[in-house]
Ligand binder design. Structure first.
Ligand SMILES: [Zn+2]
Length: 64
C-alpha cells in the first residue's frame, strides 16, 4: 500500500511525479529502464504510461 502524504517527504522517493498528460499526481512507478536513467510511470487517473527521467537526488539511491 502506497500512500503519499504531501506533508511528509519520503526520503527514498521525493515528491510523486505528475502525469504529463493530465497533470494528476496519482501516478505510480511501475518499472525502470535498464540503465536506471528513467522510470516507467503509470497514471492512475487517465491510464497514461510514460517514461520519466531520473536524475534528481539520485545520490541517495545507492542500494540496488
Ligand atoms: Zn494522467
Amino acid at each position: 500500500m502506497v500512500h503519499y502524504d504531501p506533508n511528509t517527504r519520503n526520503a527514498a522517493q521525493g515528491a510523486p511525479p505528475l502525469c504529463p498528460k493530465c497533470g494528476s499526481h496519482k501516478t505510480e512507478i511501475v518499472g525502470r529502464s535498464n540503465d536506471l536513467k528513467s522510470v516507467t510511470l503509470r497514471c492512475n487517473a487517465c491510464g497514461e504510461r510514460s517514461q520519466m527521467p531520473v536524475g534528481k537526488d539520485s545520490d541517495q539511491e545507492t542500494a540496488a
